[in-house]
Write a protein that binds this ligand. Structure first.
Ligand code: FES
Length: 147
């Protein structure tokens, strides 16, 4: 009899533990999609600055500021800015993308297996005058932020 009750309480404890685990929310905490890129004056005209952690490029073109995703649209490798060539290139399978070429839209593919251009990301100026990039919002190309 004593043994029976013990087994019962072990079983009850097991059920309680299972119920707790089952009923607890399984929340995954994602980092914020919004990146504060700092003051515009920190970026020279015709510069491409990569934020490796955020996976973005902040680009200061003659027309203004814009941000591109640095994640290759082929299989998701992180691309790299090649200043000597003036292009963005993917190290994985060789996709290449325009940045400053005349009559070309920045982010458009030059060559390689990438199926889509690098997306333009929503870029704005905060009330404090900082450049803000929202990685969760893509925008139509050629929307420059002027300060
Ligand atoms: S992941 Fe960039 S070319 Fe394949």
């Amino acid at each position: 009899m004593k043994l029976g009750l013990g087994s019962l309480s072990i079983a009850a404890a097991g059920t309680a533990a299972f119920s707790y685990q089952f009923l607890s929310p399984n929340v995954l905490y994602e980092p914020s999609p919004i990146v504060n890129a700092g003051k515009p004056e920190n970026y020279a005209v015709d510069s491409v600055t990569m934020d490796v952690n955020a996976g973005i490029y902040l680009i200061h073109a003659q027309e203004g500021f814009f941000a591109l995703s640095a994640v290759c649209t082929h299989l998701g490798c992180l691309t790299a800015w090649k200043p000597e060539l003036g292009i963005i290139a993917c190290p994985c399978h060789g996709s290449k993308f325009y940045v400053f070429q005349a009559n070309k839209i920045p982010g458009e593919k030059i060559e390689g297996p990438a199926p889509r251009p690098l997306p333009w990301l929503e870029t704005s100026i905060s009330d404090e005058g900082d450049l803000m990039v929202d990685r969760s919002i893509t925008v139509r190309p050629m929307q420059f932020v002027r300060v």
